[in-house]
Design a protein around this ligand. Structure first.
Ligand SMILES: [Zn+2]
Ligand SMILES: [Zn+2]
Length: 245
């Protein structure tokens, strides 16, 4: 650790992003096996939150729903078709996970991108499909919202995950129009609300494998619509990663 980093850690000791408990001086938990037994990876999160928060250890490859058995998709997704190939979701959008994501998204706590990105990377690193990803694309905000908020949390998160993966982030998608809040809409209405909401604003490499990044995956309509646009532009595979669902 550099002297500068040591000093910084002394002045501002790293804290768990979920409960604010001070972590060890290197900013990591105690090296816990979070996703898979026998594969310890040091994470920037306290051991109590590793144990207590609703992490999704086995979940449907399309919607992130928790699974019990050996299957890879849930019953609901079995009969549907998707424009993306798979998704990786960290936990359920409730309790401390939800509170933390709200602080990240609405209360200007941009520094949460780094620990949350590391956490998302820790799960991606165990998935075989992650090794063929070419670049990351964040889900964009509508320009007016961006102006109000001053940042796009998905871009910050993509930056942090990209740094860990050693891959570039390309802001390839733009929002053509603002969409109504998805709250209170059913799955069909959500899909309709988002239809035609995105366009490609950067050329992307043909036959590429894209990792689409969002903070929260709700019905999957955003991932579905954004992936469609990326595929039309030449991506051959789109995977999705989000912090919660
Ligand atoms: Zn904690
Ligand atoms: Zn599913």
């Amino acid at each position: 650790m550099s002297l500068f980093k040591s000093l910084l850690n002394f002045l501002y000791p790293p804290r768990c992003p979920f409960c604010d408990r001070v972590l060890a001086s290197d900013g990591l938990g105690d090296g816990v096996a979070m996703w898979k037994d026998g594969n310890p990876m040091e994470l920037p999160i306290c051991d109590r939150c590793v144990q207590e928060l609703p992490w999704l250890k086995r979940s449907c490859i399309y919607c992130g729903h928790s699974l019990q058995g050996e299957e890879i998709k849930c019953l609901r997704c079995s009969g549907s078709s998707f424009s993306f190939e798979e998704c990786c979701v960290l936990g359920r959008y409730e309790g401390k996970i939800r509170e933390t994501l709200l602080r990240f998204k609405y209360r200007g706590q941009k520094s949460l991108a780094e620990p949350l990105g590391k956490l998302l990377y820790s799960k991606l690193a165990l998935l075989s499909w992650a090794s063929s990803i070419d670049f990351l694309v964040p889900v964009p905000l509508y320009p007016e919202r961006f102006k109000l908020r001053g940042y796009n949390q998905a871009s910050l998160l993509a930056g942090a995950v990209g740094k860990e993966l050693g891959l570039p982030v390309i802001e390839a998608l733009g929002r053509v129009r603002d969409t109504k809040s998805q709250t209170g809409l059913n799955k069909k209405q959500r899909a309709e609300n988002l239809r035609g909401a995105f366009k490609c604003i950067e050329q992307i490499k043909k036959e590429s494998h894209v990792l689409l990044i969002d903070d929260v995956l709700t019905s999957g309509s955003t991932a579905q619509e954004a992936s469609l646009v990326l595929k039309k532009e030449g991506a051959s595979r789109v995977s999705v990663a989000a912090l919660a669902r």
